[in-house]
Design a protein. Structure first.
Length: 169
């Protein structure tokens, strides 16, 4: 892929990650652990970040999320042993943001055309990145809806991430 295409992909992927981060940061603690909801905000954020991390990997072989997270998310109907804190989730988000920037910065035309590495996603790697971007944005949208319903406020739209692909940090 050419540099302009990688930069455009990063700016939009980064914006989706920024929106998810903003929604997590805006979530009051009483909503974060609201067990009256079919899906609690902490779990929605965790699920979104787990799959961001996974889909930025070449495949399942060798994939392991950073501690305290486990591979249990791959099992149907298996929830984590405990709810994760906002600090833990935001640390995982930063892990995902770094991994996303590194993955996109290294994306070549050959890599973009390579198969996904996931049996359930029969598509090339570039399409997996777009699929994952949509998943992150969907998670951010769901959290924003929960915020609107609970506290009648939600973070604003992020047009594009502020930090260029080649920037440090």
């Amino acid at each position: 892929m050419d540099a302009d295409s990688r930069e455009a992909l990063w700016r939009q992927f980064g914006a989706a990650i920024d929106m998810l981060d903003n929604a997590i940061a805006a979530c009051p603690e009483e909503l974060w652990y609201d067990g009256s909801r079919s899906v609690e905000p902490w779990y929605l954020a965790y699920h979104t970040l787990f799959y961001l991390d996974l889909y930025l990997s070449p495949g399942l072989d060798g994939f392991a999320p950073p501690p305290p997270f486990t591979l249990d998310e791959l099992e149907a109907d298996v929830l984590p042993e405990r709810p994760y804190t906002q600090a833990e989730i935001r640390a995982y988000l930063e892990h995902g943001r770094r991994k996303c920037r590194e993955t996109i910065a290294a994306l070549t035309a050959e890599e973009a055309r390579r198969p996904s590495g996931f049996d359930w996603l029969p598509m090339p790697r570039l399409e997996v990145h777009l699929y994952s971007l949509r998943h992150v944005q969907h998670g951010a949208g769901q959290l924003n809806l929960m915020l609107r319903q609970a506290v009648d406020a939600a973070p604003r739209w992020v047009k594009r991430t502020a930090k260029p692909l080649g920037a440090e940090g």
